[in-house]
Design a protein around this ligand. Structure first.
Ligand SMILES: Nc1ncnc2c1ncn2[C@@H]1O[C@H](COP(=O)(O)OP(=O)(O)OP(=O)(O)O)[C@@H](O)[C@H]1O
Ligand SMILES: [Mg+2]
Length: 345
């Protein structure tokens, strides 16, 4: 069981380009943590600093409270499997998988046994004599995982382990990672730019934008309790209302609209509501938190329909049942449930 702590971790390339800013993060032991963010936000850089493959410009990396910042990669109990799984092309699969043990001076006989076990575990028994080029992309990913796990690391670092895989293989690989991680209670950090992947696989998600950690929380929180509008947007929610909260009511700026809200403070605020939390209602009489909206665009998505609407020129997205159909310009009544209105920081 290993807790990984990052303290004021910072990485600058070429002395000026800041790839990672003062990163403070405690990665819990025995769980899967996702580092999520758009391309170039510093995910791989962070992972390399945890692995010991890149010296931080400043700051510290601690494993179970022990400072490992200057400990070389091969002496850390962490192992990283790469973004573009670099198997050694001229080695057999068995030599690739056994590589980490060979570097540690383990006997050939022990290596052979352990390699066979690992190949079983990643469901590729009997593939030891092949070369990497004789494997499919998905099989190569699994061999890369076997090569990482054979040294029995305490911390497993995976850089985009599911990229370059088709949907079916991605599901298989995801299951395999989960199974191996749960079995060994490995502290696992995996990097992805795919929000859905992070949500499905991770216990905790660290969202990064431009080298800065934005929010570290369980996946659900990014939907229900995003810290900022940008975070909400990254998770597919662009709904944003600006106004003033007073006495449990939210008064929209430049508008007559007032909504009940479960928030005691009095302040100017930006609030959000997820598209799937807005309800389509048939109003007989006007009621609390009902608003009238005009449909500006609709997008049929098979399982649901995304409606773009405006309420007094404020754009909102609403997800509704696929079967309901509204022409462009139609007036609809919506309910914004008070308990679903979330006040942004
Ligand atoms: N060796 C390097 N020298 C200079 N700049 C670098 C180097 N490696 C990365 N960078 C820069 O640092 C920033 C972060 O890079 P990093 O590889 O950590 O991003 P990432 O989040 O992993 O992106 P992706 O999702 O595309 O893999 C980027 O702007 C990148 O251009
Ligand atoms: Mg990367």
């Amino acid at each position: 069981m290993t807790v990984v702590q990052l303290e004021n971790l910072r990485q600058t390339y070429d002395g000026r380009h800041i790839a990672v800013h003062q990163l403070n993060l405690t990665i819990p032991s025995g769980q899967i943590t996702a580092l999520l963010g758009p391309s170039g936000c510093g995910k791989t850089t962070t992972l390399k600093m945890i692995a010991g493959l890149l010296n931080p410009t400043s700051g510290r990396v601690l494993f179970n409270g022990r400072d490992v910042t200057t400990v070389p990669a091969e002496q850390r109990s962490a192992v990283m499997a790469f973004q573009n799984h670099l198997l050694f092309p001229y080695m057999t699969v068995a030599d690739n998988v056994g590589f980490g043990l060979k570097m540690r001076g383990i006997s050939a006989a022990t290596i052979a046994t352990r390699v066979a076990e690992m190949l079983e575990q990643v469901q590729l028994p009997g593939y030891g004599d092949r070369r990497p080029r004789e494997l499919s992309g998905g099989q190569q990913q699994r061999i890369a995982l076997a090569r990482a796990l054979i040294i029995e690391p305490e911390v497993l670092l995976l850089d985009e382990p599911l990229s370059n895989l088709d949907a079916h293989l991605r599901d298989e690989m995801r299951e395999l990672i989960l199974q191996l991680q749960r079995e060994k209670e490995l502290t696992t950090v995996f990097v992805t730019h795919d929000q859905e992947e992070a949500v499905i696989l991770a216990d905790q998600v660290g969202l990064m934008f431009a080298g800065k950690l934005q929010q570290f929380a369980p996946p659900r929180d990014f939907y229900d309790r995003p810290r900022t509008a940008e975070i909400a947007q990254f998770f597919g929610n662009e709904n944003l209302l600006t106004g003033v909260i007073q006495n449990g009511r939210f008064q929209l700026d430049h508008s007559e609209i007032e909504l009940h809200i479960n928030h005691a403070e009095q302040k100017s605020a930006q609030i959000t509501i997820r598209p799937e939390h807005i309800e389509l209602v048939t109003p007989l009489t006007p009621a609390d938190n009902h608003v009238t909206a005009k449909v500006t665009h609709r997008l049929y998505r098979g399982t649901h329909t995304r409606l773009q609407v405006t309420i007094e020129n404020i754009p909102l997205t609403v997800i509704v049942n696929s079967h309901v159909d509204f022409p462009h310009g139609a007036a609809v009544s919506l309910r914004l449930p008070p308990e679903k209105l979330w006040v942004l920081a």
